[in-house]
Design a binder for this molecule. Structure first.
Ligand SMILES: NC(=O)C1=CN([C@@H]2O[C@H](COP(=O)(O)OP(=O)(O)OC[C@H]3O[C@@H](n4cnc5c(N)ncnc54)[C@H](O)[C@@H]3O)[C@@H](O)[C@H]2O)C=CC1
Ligand SMILES: O=C(O)CCC(=O)C(=O)O
Length: 330
């Protein structure tokens, strides 16, 4: 195997719970491949740098052959310097009883300066995924504050919802996860998201022919959409290993491509496809080749789907209007 030149991967909130799972998987080659050395550039707030240094000690103790260097800093311009990839995880997590939108004001202030720093110092073709909630609108804030970077390089994570949608369907039908294809998460990473099975297949056969419609509408959709809250309730803390796994999946597919004939879900800037207002960072079905994603076009949209797709778009418009009032986006 020919080993490539190293790439720079910036991770924010690196000393947090997601970081504790994410960094080790990036360093082991799960994200960018076993032939891709990485330099990790880790951003934390000043009081968390000591804990971050402990994580770095553990990273070094793993002796990962692909881990070329680790930089730790509390300065976004150091963390994003020449970065090829950025995973924006650092944010304030939701507590029991809160909606993710309740975090807009608190977290918005983090993503404006980070967008500005990316604009100033990162590689022009940097691939950014926002994990920190409310992820879609935080991605919009970072994007709008990085006017010299192609807006399509800013994305948000709905892959955890996508993976949850697959696993819930596998459990119900008895099908294997690997035999489930073409599930879509439309819209916001919030309880208004629409986990859509209308194009999904299990073992090559339409998913909706294998489950009861009432179960789909009244149990499946809310279970997937509210899984984050169920985990907070059960664990007393928000999902971490599964969120890190989904961020790895998102970046791996973006860098290395989706499989032939299949798609995944990514929250990306809407180009107006499927009647979704342009510019919103909205979950769409995407195929990826050579590091470029494209929205899967031409899917049939039923009245049921239309209602759900529009409702989650409306929530994103409301979030955008709120951060606009705070002066965080144009
Ligand atoms: N999109 C998704 O599917 C998911 C998103 N999340 C979100 O991910 C975020 C992180 O979750 P956890 O790791 O569990 O939280 P955590 O609280 O364990 O870690 C967050 C870390 O971010 C750091 N941080 C805060 N402000 C920062 C800044 N300005 N720059 C750099 N670092 C900063 C904190 O010091 C902390 O170490 C939360 O917003 C959470 O809601 C969590 C699960 C799934
Ligand atoms: O639900 C939250 O606020 C944090 C975790 C999360 O986004 C999720 O598990 O989907």
């Amino acid at each position: 195997m020919t080993i490539k030149q190293p790439v720079r991967v910036a991770v924010t909130g690196a000393a947090g719970q997601i970081g504790y799972s994410l960094l080790f998987r990036i360093a082991s080659g799960d994200m960018l491949g076993k032939d891709q050395p990485v330099i990790l550039q880790l951003l934390e707030i000043t009081p968390a740098l000591k804990a971050l240094n402990g994580v770095v000690m553990e990273l070094r103790d793993c002796a990962f052959p692909l881990l070329q260097d680790v930089i730790t800093t509390d300065d976004p311009e150091v963390a994003f310097k020449d970065a090829d990839y950025a995973l924006l995880v650092g944010a304030m997590p939701r507590k029991a009883g809160m909606e993710r939108g309740d975090l807009l004001g608190a977290n918005g202030g983090i993503f404006k300066p980070q967008g500005e720093a990316i604009n100033k110092v990162a590689k022009r073709d940097i691939k950014v995924v926002v994990v920190g909630n409310p992820a879609n609108t935080n991605a919009l804030i970072a994007q709008q504050n990085a006017p010299d970077i192609d807006p399509r390089q800013f994305t948000a994570l709905v892959r955890l919802d996508h993976n949850r949608a697959i696993s819930q369907l596998a459990e119900k039908t008895g099908g294997a996860v690997k035999d489930i294809k073409n599930v879509t998460i439309w819209g916001n990473h919030s309880s208004t998201q629409y986990p859509d099975l209308s194009q999904a297949t299990v073992g090559g056969k339409p998913a909706l022919e294998q489950v009861d419609r009432t179960w789909y509408e009244t149990e499946y959709i809310p279970t997937v959409a509210k899984r984050g809250a169920a985990i907070i309730e059960a664990r007393g803390a928000s999902s971490a290993a599964s969120a890190a796994g989904a961020a790895i999946d998102h970046m791996r597919d973006w860098a290395l491509g989706t499989r032939e004939g299949e798609w995944t879900s990514m929250a990306i800037p809407s180009d107006g496809s499927y009647g979704i207002p342009e510019g919103l960072i909205y979950g769409f079905p995407v195929r990826i080749k050579d590091g470029k994603y494209e929205i899967v076009q031409g899917l049939e949209v039923s009245d049921f789907s239309r209602g759900k797709m529009d409702a989650t778009a409306r929530e994103l418009e409301e979030e955008r209007d709120e951060v606009r009032k705070l002066g965080l986006v144009k």
